[in-house]
Design a protein around this ligand. Structure first.
Ligand SMILES: Cc1ncc(COP(=O)(O)O)c(C=O)c1O
Length: 412
């Protein structure tokens, strides 16, 4: 038989699904040993979404013609609700007709945006380049690779305060042998998966100015912008900065703030040319989102229930974060207060030194204790030596994680 696309052939199933499959395989044995798997790998909140969401969907099902195709762009009232949210949350003005487009989750949007941007090439020297954070969301590099592009991972570290100077990144990239004329875009992701790191508005301005100077696109992934623990210092939208609309698009998701991961609902907004070009591609490959889901999304975005839900769940995430942080401290991890993430439900910590690799540690944690976390190496080469834990399970389960680690000898 004829072969499939070379770059698709070379990728593995997405790391989170592989980990899930592995945990499911071991589940019967672990259950017998009173170590039933506790899933802390996926970045998926386990609490149910607001009741308001379900009630809105139920009501929407009675609307005549709700069952018919939507448009890939999204219904007008959905796009208008997004514009209103962007104005209220960030003070950003957007034209819903030209600067916003609906997504079947931000993962789909990012993948198709990258597809729209890159001219696929097979020879390494011809490949177009996208700069992406390392450690960073595991899917970026796979999306770039399967679309015939090349990723240059720029390092996020405590030393650069998780906000690297883009001009230094550029110089390093050239030293590493990458051809600057091939660079198409920079991806940023604040608050960060897997680090939980945030950035300042000044830093966003720096990246916008840099992209304008280099005439490259800025792709901002804001999937976690509403999961934060400091009311006075909420994460910003890149579109709040001067000149952002000249170069930037930003991706948003209903998945994390409203616990709506399975709904597959999000949006892209920003530069009208980029949104429009992406939209033409989207119009050939999908036909939008079920209108009842758009109704739920549109209404929760600007409702008191939605804001209260976010406040409540952020308080809950903070409690969960501290159960794990305090537990790890008792187990010998040295965690300074200033290193506790101020956003996201992720905990990113070094592996104990007796383990040679992050995979060896996460494997041992799964096989001995039924605790499912992700090796840092899954987030790029700079993630080696670390692991990521999503503090999304119930408080009791998180306490059980710490108990099991103590019983099973997982001290730092
Ligand atoms: C950084 C980041 N971006 C995007 C996504 C995709 O989220 P969704 O497709 O559910 O909107 C995720 C999911 O984990 C993520 O961590």
């Amino acid at each position: 038989m004829k072969e499939f696309n070379e770059s698709v052939k070379s990728i593995d199933t997405y790391i989170m699904f592989r980990i899930k499959q592995e945990a499911a395989k071991l589940a019967p044995v672990l259950k017998n040993a009173e170590r039933e798997p506790i899933a802390l790998a996926m970045g998926a909140p386990t609490a149910p979404p607001p009741d308001f969401v379900y009630n809105t969907i139920k009501k929407a099902l009675e609307i005549p013609q709700i069952h018919t195709y939507s448009s890939p762009k999204g219904e007008d009232w959905f796009l208008e609700a997004i514009a209103k949210r962007m104005k209220n949350r960030f003070g950003v003005e957007l034209n819903p007709k030209t600067e916003i487009f609906s997504l079947i989750g931000s993962k789909e949007g990012l993948a198709n945006f990258i597809r729209a941007l890159i001219n696929p090439a097979t020879l390494e020297k011809d490949k177009e380049i996208i700069l992406a954070p390392d450690p960073g969301y595991a899917s970026y590099a796979q999306m770039i690779k399967t679309n015939g592009g090349l990723t240059y991972g720029y390092e996020l570290s405590k030393e650069n305060n998780y906000m690297p100077d883009m001009y230094k990144v550029w110089e390093q990239m050239k030293k590493d042998g990458y051809n600057e004329s091939k660079v198409k875009a920079v991806i940023i992701n604040y608050p960060s998966n897997p680090l939980g790191a945030t950035c300042t508005k000044e830093y966003l301005q720096h990246v916008v100015d840099f992209c304008k100077e280099k005439q490259i696109w800025l792709i901002s992934d804001a999937a976690y912008c509403d999961i934060y623990f400091n009311e006075e210092n909420k994460p910003h939208s890149v579109l709040e900065t001067e000149g952002a609309k000249d170069v930037a698009v930003e991706f948003f998701s209903f998945s994390k703030p409203y616990s709506m991961t399975g709904f597959r609902l999000g949006w892209i907004c920003g530069n009208a040319h980029a949104v429009g070009t992406f939209g033409r591609l989207k119009s050939t490959i999908d036909t939008g989102i079920f209108k009842a889901l758009q109704k739920a999304g549109a209404e929760i975005l600007n409702s008191q229930e939605g804001d209260e839900y976010i406040n409540r769940s952020n308080k809950n995430f903070k409690t969960k974060q501290m159960i794990i942080i305090n537990g790890l401290r008792e187990l010998g991890w040295k965690i300074q207060d200033e290193d506790i993430p101020s956003a996201t439900f992720y905990i990113w910590q070094p592996i104990p030194p007796r383990f040679k690799t992050s995979a060896e540690f996460t494997d041992a944690l799964l096989k001995n204790s039924g605790i499912v976390v992700v090796p840092g190496s899954g987030f790029g080469k700079n993630g080696e030596g670390y692991f990521r834990l999503s503090a999304v399970a119930s408080d009791d389960k998180l306490k059980e994680v710490i108990d099991r680690m103590k019983k099973d000898g997982f001290y730092f």
